[in-house]
Write a protein that binds this ligand. Structure first.
Ligand SMILES: Nc1ncnc2c1ncn2[C@@H]1O[C@H](COP(=O)(O)OP(=O)(O)OP(=O)(O)O)[C@@H](O)[C@H]1O
Length: 575
């Protein structure tokens, strides 16, 4: 890869740590941090590595791909790219005994969900107590415990500093309080390189992610600061970044052919989006990109699910037939697995007493919302989980339901669920009962992603054998759980290419030749009338992250009559 460094970037490369590199999307922060790592590799002693910490497995994967562009294979072996979770878990496993006097036990999310469901009270406080008193650590406790170990023990701190004399911290603006405590403890002995873009702070619904984090860092370490904000290497010749910055700052949108907007009539959503994807692929090829990568982004999982269905069908657009588009979906496997177990629980209904059948289904729904809360903390998910736990208790006691969707599912049970012994049809039949209420739309969308596990054949054949044996699906939940675990191992290793669908949050840190940003008519809205100023600002940051994933072309597809992207209204939204 041909890399030309600006004067500021070169200074950042040459400066001793600690260093803080600020810059907008595509300004070259990740590239620069890996070049810095490359410069420091020769000084490493045998057994030492440079530690690169990021937030998610997806982000780690992205950095590993970038390492392949920039570093030689012998250099790559000296960089450990890890998530905070994995790194903190290793510290805990190796030294946790010092905190509680016994070997620490890891409480995995499934087990945590069950414990949480059975617990009446503040789960956060209980998780802290479990760690402190019982030596049992939930995922949420890892960073805080690791921080305590590193800060409290000079020998652990020097062991880690000796192993990792240099630490690179990606997306530093999103660091939560416990992760910051860990970084602070590590930074006393290791050299540190921080990368951040405050305007890409999109996880601020988590109260532990403090908008003041960069100032904490400045006060604590006084790093040398380098601002790359004038640079844009991702789409240097395109008007994409200017457009995204105008959306961020609510200023008039610049005219550029690189970002086009289309408005659809309510009944033409499917064909407009489908045509948009086909147009994007064609126009990138025409522009000389032989194998274009295109991402279709939406705000919610539910809309991503719908878009996947849309692209899988044939449509008519302006008198032309458009064929289905092959695509991959980057989705949340944990949520899909949890949603699949809800469907499986419905398959267990026939022959199961009402109290048990519905109690179990409502519990599985609550598990789904627990998984959602675990994936990204949200009050709505937490509350919905609690509502379904209550519904499960009411069902077991034979009481009338209060939740609309619990009532709907109860009515479906009362009507008698007739299954035929054809697993594919029965699965869809059971799944579609989840359309009972609006609060289940996200769950239903995730249930539709089950096919992405590439495990549907496996699930189908296990269900078919169960049916053949006893004329019912028996313990469908266990059976589906086992099939998913097997399928999951394979799906995690796939590398999506061509046309990919995902939420905007998932796209962070990635880049594609073309981006389609899609707003639904009734879901995945960019702005809502009820938004506060802070919510509007958060939406603007999120849209900017989405738009700036593109190297060459962006298309924004919105419902006709949607509020303008910027106010005062600009002329560039075409109807
Ligand atoms: N100095 C450079 N010269 C040429 N290309 C570069 C340079 N720096 C980065 N690039 C290219 O620009 C693109 C964006 O770079 P990079 O991912 O490092 O930016 P970033 O600031 O980390 O972006 P984001 O915050 O959006 O994740 C990549 O394709 C990278 O290869």
């Amino acid at each position: 890869m041909e890399v030309q460094l600006s004067k500021t970037a070169q200074e950042a490369l040459d400066r001793d740590c600690p260093v803080l590199v600020l810059g907008g999307p595509g300004s070259g922060k990740t590239t620069l941090s890996l070049l810095k790592a490359q410069e420091m590799i020769p000084a490493l002693e045998p057994g030492q590595e440079i530690l690169f910490l990021s937030f998610s497995r997806a982000a780690v994967r992205q950095v590993e791909i970038r390492c392949r562009d920039i570093l030689r294979s012998d250099e790559r072996r000296q960089i450990a790219v890890r998530t905070y979770h994995a790194f903190a878990m290793d510290i805990l496993r190796a030294h946790g005994r010092m905190l509680t006097g016994s070997v620490p036990r890891i409480v995995y999310p499934g087990e945590e969900n069950l414990a949480k469901a059975a617990f009446d009270g503040d789960w956060g406080a209980e998780a802290e107590r479990l760690a402190r008193d019982d030596g049992r650590f939930t995922f949420g406790q890892f960073a805080a415990a690791a921080a305590q170990l590193v800060a409290g023990s000079a020998s652990i701190a020097s062991l880690l500093a000796n192993k990792y004399p240099v630490i690179i911290l990606d997306e530093f603006q999103d660091t939560d309080d416990a992760q910051w405590a860990l970084v602070k403890a590590l930074s006393t002995r290791s050299k540190t390189v921080f990368m951040a873009d405050p305007d890409q702070r999109i996880f601020d619904y988590d109260a532990r992610v403090d908008p003041e984090r960069l100032n904490h860092l400045r006060t604590h370490l006084s790093p040398a600061e380098f601002d790359l904000s004038g640079e844009n290497h991702r789409s240097p010749d395109a008007g994409i970044l200017q457009y995204a910055n105008a959306v961020l700052t609510n200023r008039p949108l610049p005219e550029t052919k690189d970002v086009i907007t289309r408005a659809y009539w309510p009944n033409a959503f499917d064909s407009t989006v489908h045509a948009g994807v086909v147009w994007m692929l064609g126009s990138l090829r025409k522009a000389g990109v032989a194998h274009p990568s295109v991402v279709v982004l939406a705000r919610t999982n539910a809309l991503v699910g719908k878009l996947s269905t849309v692209l899988g069908q044939e449509h008519n657009f302006n008198g032309q037939t458009i064929k289905p588009v092959e695509h991959d979906v980057l989705w949340d496997a944990d949520l899909t697995a949890a949603a699949a177990l809800v469907v499986a629980s419905i398959l267990e209904w026939p022959g199961c007493p009402k109290e048990t059948a519905l109690g179990q289904t409502f519990d599985r729904i609550a598990d789904y919302f627990d998984a959602k809360n675990a994936a990204s903390a949200s009050n709505a998910a937490r509350q919905t989980s609690e509502r379904y736990r209550t519904a499960a208790d009411r069902a077991r006691r034979g009481e009338t339901q209060r939740l609309a969707s619990a009532k709907g599912l109860t009515a479906s049970y009362d009507n008698g669920l007739v299954l035929q012994g054809d697993p594919a049809r029965d699965w869809l039949h059971a799944r579609d009962l989840l359309a009972a209420g609006n609060d289940l739309s996200d769950l239903l969308a995730n249930a539709k992603f089950v096919r992405l596990f590439r495990a549907t054949d496996e699930i189908g054949s296990r269900l078919a054998s169960a049916w053949d044996l006893r004329g019912s699906y028996g313990r469908a939940i266990d059976l589906v759980r086992r099939a998913l675990e097997a399928g999951r191992l394979q799906s995690d290793q796939r590398d999506p290419r061509g046309c990919v669908l995902m939420t905007i949050h998932k796209a962070k840190g990635k880049e594609f030749d073309g981006v389609l940003l899609v707003e639904g008519q009734y879901q995945g809205s960019f702005f809502r009338d009820t938004d506060t100023e802070a919510q509007r600002a958060a939406s603007r940051r999120l849209l900017r992250v989405g738009i700036t994933r593109a190297r060459h072309q962006v298309a924004i597809i919105r419902p006709r009559g949607a509020p303008d992207l910027v106010t005062p209204a600009s002329s560039s939204f075409s109807n």
